[in-house]
Design a binder for this molecule. Structure first.
Ligand code: ARG
Ligand code: ZN
Length: 858
């Protein structure tokens, strides 16, 4: 492997506070696309004697001036290397001093979109995690917090930074952020932008001006984001007692953005796909996601900004908690049951997958080479699950008390997971030493449940015997048992609930729980609400699953019973066994039930995806065969459609939503059920309904669903052309257009389709959304990406290597397409490994991609 990028292994155990105090920061920007000047004035004071001053700042900074208390230091005391600027202690005053630097940087050459860059003529920044060091020399670490004063000089009309505006005049803007913050929360935007605006009065009476800034012409698609912001602000006051703390809150939409969005203090910067929406261009899923990400970034103002992280190992302190909060918010705004089920689906699809392979890591890792590689499903989504368990264990009141204490005790701090657990211990008196393993240990526990029924004179006793075991993960061969909250209810033979939900606290490797005085043997509803992120294994037949699907009072467990039926059928079919009749029948009863919630019926009608089937097989120790899985799923879908054609057609005809489009949960649920029915019907109607719907629907949700069916039937060409004619100049719609083709294509064609699309002039591969659209679309075609001849691997590796030269973060992130390679057959493994090795051997490979591929190869 080439080692031209220096290794950068960081260890949690090595944490040391910074030896200086930073009292304030003043920045001045003279913006010019290829030669921006940045002056930084840092008021510093040593906290230790004889410490060298080491500032982060790389090759891209051209140092023009350096002064300490107004004078240039002796050059013999100043050292620069690839990533730092060091001023020897000998050149520093013993007491407070002022450091001034002036640098020149080139935003127009910044294709990595980290630091200050240009996107469609507008200047913007992304500093988390370590982007600020590409702007100026600085202690770029989250535990160095201070107030910022920022002056921006530019002829562009809108000039924004964090905090409150101090001065706005043509060519100059000044901002002051009174809340001490680390550099990763710094932001600057300058461009030709327009705002849609509102006002919010906080409950203590602070007047806040709200703006969503977009490019001229996009205003009519920004309203939903603004409404979502207002709802978020109110919710955080109502539920967490958290108020906003500045006079303005700005959101800016940017077309080139590596991630979803960023919580910079008072100036959130968003990927435009998470701001812009209209019924014609965005789906119901897009609307829901916009609402939740706007909330997520807003909620960071307290969980992330007012209380930040001591170091990047603690990332899940802010991300896990903020995801948990945005999940609660969405549950309150929409349907809690549907939200929980979709969160679990996403967790399994992304986090269980990660935990099962070579990239497994704990929610709080203890080492990394490139922190950007740890913005993962484990840190975010599993981080949120861990908080959900904590809340289950201490109860709602305990949780509220602990959070109040957290805000009280740690406001203004850069905190740790230990601090977080301590507030729960202090507020509730509970010992969380064992619970902490959820943060420090990787891997998904396997929980096995055995039932023992003891018939007695007066009824009987049920004993539930649980065993937990977590398979080894990289660097962690042995896993001690964890605390697992297992929510259980009992259903009587007539379908009535006879024991409401009770949370069993499992602490040992094996543990039994007794339910006494039961009349007749009940059916166990286990892991209600998905009370812990584990894989539950139990001996259960299809009849019992169907019984739970019909009668369980817990919506998650009820859905899970149906899911389990589907997965047991599909994993069997994929291994050449017969099966699935029980599932087809049970689904028939469910969809005939007019009283059932449309959203719930929609969730049950959607078959598990091919990736999920593969993951289930792998967990059972079976090598997944992508082609067999694809065939099995298609087969079961067709059988469902044939068995219930009339019912499905009835649903399709009746679930039309009258009136103007609204993205609310009830309307979205009807559409979801309607298009779930369409998806099945199109397996047997040749795609005729889909063609009509594509031509008549006024909303993108139904049009995309119809297009999916048409492509699957091999008759998508006309619809694709129409969409392109209509929306060729709309990036967000064209991203969907680029994704859907390789994703839905027959597996044998997917790579060729991706190859053809990659040659189009509008495949602007340096735009992260467009790149993700195409490569992610292919990776989302399970059997297409894992084509036996390795063409999917090669095509993807070629593009990752090209992207790595421009934008290492995106290349590294997309490389996770390969993370499941060890579970496939020898032929596929060999080809995937060859592709990984080819990437590893690339000259000039980035630290980001190198760390990912070497973890995957190891
Ligand atoms: N803190 C952002 C969030 O809301 C994510 C930013 C991550 N950016 C990055 N380049 N790693 O989740
Ligand atoms: Zn976040």
């Amino acid at each position: 492997m080439t080692a031209d990028t220096p290794s950068n292994k960081q260890f949690l155990a090595d944490y040391r506070p910074w030896p200086f105090e930073l009292r304030q920061t003043a920045l001045e920007f003279d913006l010019a696309p290829s030669a921006t000047r940045v002056t930084a004035v840092l008021d510093l004071a040593p906290r230790e004697t004889a410490a060298d001053l080491v500032l982060d700042g790389g090759k891209g900074l051209q140092l023009l001036r350096l002064a300490i208390d107004g004078a240039a230091p002796d050059p013999a005391h100043v050292r620069r290397d690839e990533e730092t600027l060091t001023i020897a202690a000998a050149a520093l005053p013993q007491a407070a001093f002022r450091l001034e630097t002036e640098v020149e940087i080139d935003p127009s050459a910044n294709t990595a979109f980290e630091g200050l860059y240009l996107s469609g003529g507008m200047f913007c920044t992304q500093c988390e995690a370590e982007g600020f060091r590409h702007i100026t020399f600085y202690p770029d670490r989250p535990d160095v917090m201070t107030t910022f004063r920022v002056a921006i000089r530019s002829e562009l009309p809108v000039l924004l930074s964090n905090g409150n505006p101090v001065r706005q005049q043509p060519g100059l803007a000044e901002w002051h952020d009174p809340w001490p913050k680390p550099s990763y929360l710094f932001a600057l935007v300058a461009g030709d932008l327009v705002a849609i605006s509102d006002r919010f009065t906080t409950r203590s009476g602070r007047e806040v001006a709200l703006n969503v800034w977009v490019r001229p012409g996009d205003q009519d698609r920004a309203g939903f984001a603004l409404e979502s912001l207002v709802k978020s602000m109110r919710w955080d006051e109502d539920v967490y007692g958290r108020e906003y703390d500045l006079d303005v809150f700005n959101i800016v939409a940017v077309d080139d953005f590596n991630m979803g969005a960023m919580e910079n203090k008072g100036l959130n910067i968003f990927n435009s796909k998470l701001v812009l929406a209209s019924p014609e261009t965005a789906t119901d899923a897009d609307y829901e996601r916009i609402e939740s990400v706007i909330a997520h970034e807003y909620f960071h103002n307290w969980t992330g900004n007012r209380i930040t992280c001591r170091d990047w190992f603690q990332l899940c302190l802010k991300e896990g908690l903020t995801v948990f909060r945005d999940q609660q918010f969405t549950s309150d705004m929409r349907s809690a049951a549907v939200k929980r089920i979709s969160d679990v689906q996403a967790l399994r699809a992304r986090q269980f997958r990660e935990d099962q392979g070579p990239l497994a890591h704990p929610p709080r890792p203890d080492q990394y080479e490139e922190i950007n590689n740890f913005y993962t499903a484990t840190v975010y989504e599993k981080g949120a699950e861990v908080i959900g368990m904590l809340k289950t264990l201490v109860g709602d009141e305990g949780y509220r008390a602990a959070l109040d204490l957290y805000f009280d005790r740690h406001d203004g701090d850069a905190a740790t997971i230990e601090d977080w657990l301590k507030v729960f211990e202090d507020a509730t008196g509970r010992d969380l030493a064992q619970f902490k393993r959820w943060y420090t240990d990787a891997g998904t526990p396997r929980l096995t449940m055995r039932e023992d029924w003891v018939e007695e004179a007066e009824g009987g006793t049920l004993v539930l015997d649980f065993a937990q075991e977590t398979p080894p993960t990289p660097g962690q061969p042995v896993k001690p048992p964890r605390v697992i909250p297992i929510a259980v209810g009992l259903i009587g033979p007539n379908g009535d609930e006879i024991a409401p939900t009770r949370v069993l606290e499992m602490t040992d490797a094996r543990q039994g729980f007794r339910f006494e005085g039961l009349g007749a043997r009940p059916v166990v509803s286990a892991l209600r609400g998905f009370s812990a992120p584990v894989m539950l294994e139990r001996v259960i037949d299809d009849a019992t699953r169907a019984f739970l699907l019909a009668h369980d009072t817990d919506p998650f467990a009820r859905w899970e019973a149906g899911r389990d039926l589907a997965l047991s059928a599909l994993t069997g079919l994929a291994q050449g066994q017969a099966g699935g009749d029980g599932y087809v029948e049970a689904i028939g009863r469910l969809i005939a039930d007019e009283g059932a919630d449309p959203a719930f019926r929609a969730l049950c009608l959607n078959l598990p995806g091919e990736e999920e089937i593969a993951t289930r097989l792998a967990a059972q120790g079976v090598t997944p065969d992508p082609d067999a899985i694809h065939a099995a799923r298609g087969d079961l879908a067709r059988r469902l459609a044939e068995a219930h054609e009339a019912l499905l057609a009835g649903i399709y005809d009746r679930m039309v939503v009258p009136g103007d489009y609204s993205p609310d949960a009830a309307a979205a649920a009807r559409r979801a059920l309607r298009i779930a029915a369409l998806g099945l019907l199109s397996r047997i109607d040749g795609g005729d309904r889909a063609e009509v719907l594509f031509g008549t629907a006024g909303n993108m949700t139904e049009r995309m669903a119809a297009l999916t069916c048409l492509i699957r039937r091999g008759r998508g060409q006309t619809a694709l052309r129409i969409l392109e004619e209509q929306f060729g100049d709309n990036r967000l719609v064209m991203d969907k257009w680029f994704t859907i083709q390789p994703m839905v294509a027959p597996p044998a064609d997917a790579v060729e389709i991706a190859r053809r699309l990659a040659k189009r002039p509008d495949f602007e591969w340096q735009n992260p959304n467009r790149f993700r659209a195409l490569l992610g679309g292919l990776a989302g075609n399970h059997a297409g990406f894992h084509r036996a001849d390795g063409a999917g691997y090669d095509f993807t590796a070629d593009w990752l290597m090209r992207m790595d030269g421009a934008n290492p973060q995106i290349a590294a992130r997309m490389s996770t397409a390969f993370e499941t390679w060890p579970r496939y057959d020898a032929g596929r493994r060999e080809k995937a490994l060859a592709a990984l090795r080819r990437m590893a051997a690339m000259e000039g490979i980035s630290r980001n991609l190198r760390e990912m591929v070497s973890r995957m190869i190891a």
